[in-house]
Design a binder for this molecule. Structure first.
Ligand code: PRP
Ligand code: URA
Length: 212
């Protein structure tokens, strides 16, 4: 894959360890869901390095000091339903005041084209840093559609976080949206004929919600 400036692979031994667990088909729904959340927390720590901040005054027991905190009302998390929901709480652990919007998309099983069925976004989202989350970035169709919807709403600063990505999906998003920072924890080999990531982890939504 080409070297894209806006693509960040968040490699870390702890992330690799957790990835190995969720890839395992023997991992049950409870553990799968917990680890997807933990991976989202670890990835958020790194991918929000440039989070907007503001200065405040804090009085220690000894004196008043200027300190830096995360800027109020500066972040929105937008999971792509369903599987993206599994990453939200893990990010809210670090950014409890973040607003949460929802975009509902599912892939048509024949064409693999994303179909939109829901969109509810926080007011003022256009002035926030928006983190789109979805554990799987396969063809990139769903992520591109979600980004298109957010841009239509006036969002200027958009990031995308996916746990597992296929090179073809990363390329699609990186080329269509060079202004969107893309964070993934691993680049897998390829897609199979049904659009599933190999080696991947199967269907993320089904594994998070135990629907199959
Ligand atoms: C999965 C996944 C992404 C999408 C990725 O969702 O969670 O949203 O597929 O594929 P793409 O990059 O080729 O668009 P799915 O459509 O299975 O819906 P679900 O989350 O409701 O299971
Ligand atoms: N969606 C998933 O849940 N898994 C894949 O491998 C591809 C798309």
């Amino acid at each position: 894959m080409k070297d894209y400036k806006n693509v960040h692979i968040l490699d870390h031994p702890l992330i690799r360890h957790k990835l190995a667990i969720i890839r395992d088909k023997k991992t049950n729904t409870k553990q799968f869901r917990e680890i997807v959340g933990e991976l989202a927390t670890l990835m958020a720590y790194e991918s929000f390095k440039d989070v907007p901040t503001q200065e405040i005054e804090v009085e220690t027991p000894l004196e008043v000091t200027k300190q830096t905190v995360v800027k109020e009302n500066s972040i929105a998390i937008v999971p792509i339903l369903r599987a993206g929901l599994g990453m939200v709480d893990g990010i809210l652990t670090l950014f409890p005041a973040a607003k949460v919007g929802h975009i509902g998309l599912y892939r048509d099983e024949e064409t693999l084209e994303p179909q939109e069925y829901y969109c509810k976004l926080p007011t003022g989202i256009e002035n926030k840093v928006v983190m789109v989350v979805d554990p799987m970035l396969a063809t990139g169709g769903s992520a591109c559609d979600a980004i298109k919807m957010l841009k239509k709403r006036g969002c200027k600063k958009i990031k995308l976080m996916s746990i597992i990505a296929a090179p073809v999906g990363v390329e699609k998003v990186a080329e269509e949206y060079p202004d969107v920072e893309i964070y993934v924890s691993t680049l897998d080999r390829c897609l199979n004929e049904n659009g599933y990531i190999l080696p991947g982890l199967g269907d993320a939504g089904d594994r998070i919600f135990g629907t199959k």
